[in-house]
Design a protein around this ligand. Structure first.
Ligand code: NAI
Ligand code: A1CAB
Length: 270
């Protein structure tokens, strides 16, 4: 990775919890010098304290990038800590769900260059997927910088407009939680059918992990991979009759779940 402008002028990270921490780890592993990074976070973890980044020290004037990774509800308070910094020429990259570009324009001014990025928690092991979209002031180079920042924690895709970020949150941003719940309910079903809890959990985790890796690596579509498991009139077909029921199966359930996610996101954005 090349981090010339960040190495020269610095990166400020506001909020270094799960997501900010994962992104920072990816950047340091990708070769960004720790001395180019300033972190503002109330309770720095042991790892963060030992990482060599600047903590609770004077912020750089005019940093190249400010990464916003606090909870949406904390954003206005957290941003007030940057008030002494000259940020006219700074790119803001935000991972917060629920705060729109219009909201940032109110807090940071409408001339601010800003990229919204929506990652997910597999970023913690470098297997995240992040969607990015720039505001009208963001340049092509700003999007390249944001892509470079986020590619330290996994794949990066680009969106055409801000509205699409809602669907991204509904699918991939929150999606790991749906998959973890799938593991929970598969394990519970195994337990209900007589397996020991540890064994049921091991089977469910390995199945979801293995099927996910196969879906990513195979040239076949997920539909074909599903058909490959399903013998006509066999046991999988019996289960899929339940899961693929057009009224009560996973498709209408997922549609409702994603719609609820997006509705909440719009509420948070108000
Ligand atoms: N966890 C997830 O799956 C995803 C989270 N996001 C977004 O990432 C953002 C952060 O979420 P997480 O990392 O999960 O939360 P987190 O709670 O792990 O991290 C937030 C960090 O901000 C710090 N903080 C609180 N008040 C602060 C302040 N005034 N100034 C500076 N730092 C402050 C907290 O101490 C904490 O370390 C949220 O806006 C969320 O919408 C985006 C995609 C996925
Ligand atoms: O639940 C949330 O609000 C955040 C956004 C995406 C994942 N977690």
């Amino acid at each position: 990775m090349s981090f010339d402008s960040i190495s020269d002028r610095g990166l400020v990270i506001l909020g270094c919890g799960r997501m900010g921490g994962a992104i920072l780890q990816g950047l340091l592993q990708g070769g960004l010098p720790a001395k180019s990074v300033w972190v503002i976070t109330p309770h720095p973890s042991d790892w963060l304290q030992a990482s060599g980044v600047h903590l609770s020290t004077d912020l750089p004037d005019n940093p190249a990038v400010v990464l916003l990774a606090v909870k949406p509800q904390m954003m206005a308070d957290a941003l007030s800590q940057l008030s002494t910094m000259r940020t006219g020429d700074t790119l803001f990259v935000t991972v917060a769900a629920g705060i729109t570009m219009e909201g940032y324009a109110r807090m940071l001014g409408d001339q601010t260059r800003l990229v919204r990025a929506m990652p997910n928690t597999p970023s913690a092991i470098g297997r995240g997927v992040t969607a990015i979209v720039g505001n009208p002031k963001a340049t092509a180079q700003d999007l390249d910088i944001a892509q470079e920042l986020m590619s330290g924690v996994g794949q990066v895709v680009r969106l055409e407009n801000e509205e699409q970020i809602n669907a991204v949150i509904g699918v991939s941003g929150s999606g790991p939680a749906y998959v973890f719940h799938l593991i929970e309910v598969m394990a519970a079903a195994g337990e209900a059918e007589g397996l020991a809890p540890d064994l049921a959990l091991q089977l469910a985790k390995a199945t979801v992990g293995g099927a996910g890796a196969l879906a990513e690596q195979s040239d076949e579509t997920p539909s074909k991979l599903r058909e490959n498991v399903t013998s006509p009139g066999g046991t999988t077909a019996a289960a899929l009759n339940v899961l693929m029921d057009p009224d009560t199966g996973m498709a209408p359930l997922m549609r409702r779940a994603v719609a609820a996610n997006i509705a909440r996101n719009r509420e948070l954005g108000k």
